[in-house]
Design a protein. Structure first.
Length: 132
């Protein structure tokens, strides 16, 4: 976000401060966002189970380990598809934007591959908020 003009960054900062307070006037979240969150949680849970299975089977040293690793790869593709779909879905309000940012972040930081899209989404919400 280093190349964002100062005025835009100030507006985005204000929007994200508002988004972080939970004071959104329209806290209704589109069920598609909630479905994606549930699907991501399930996929990460499945990935952890496969990882444990692969480790117990000594990873690529056995057929069972290789099968578990192949399943982990399939799950990673599913996670990537879910995240890409979420990133492309416009947030309709600050509650959805907060959820999107949380799901597309790693260790509390929005992942770089999603910054531009989330910024555009936030700026669209900010413009709508300023219009009233």
């Amino acid at each position: 976000l280093d190349d964002v003009p100062a005025e835009t960054a100030d507006g985005l900062s204000q929007l994200l401060q508002i988004a972080g307070t939970g004071n959104d006037a329209d806290p209704e979240i589109d069920p598609a966002f909630l479905t994606t969150r549930s699907a991501l949680e399930q996929a990460w849970s499945d990935h952890a189970v496969c990882d444990a299975r692969a480790a117990a089977a000594e990873f690529s040293a056995s057929d069972e380990g290789r099968a578990a690793m192949a399943e982990m790869d399939r799950i990673q593709h599913r996670i990537r598809d879910l995240e890409t779909g979420l990133a492309a879905r416009p947030s309709g309000n600050l509650a959805e934007l907060r959820l999107k940012i949380a799901l597309l972040s790693l260790d509390g930081q929005l992942r770089p591959e999603f910054e531009a899209g989330v910024l555009a989404d936030a700026m669209r919400l900010l413009a709508a908020r300023e219009k009233g």
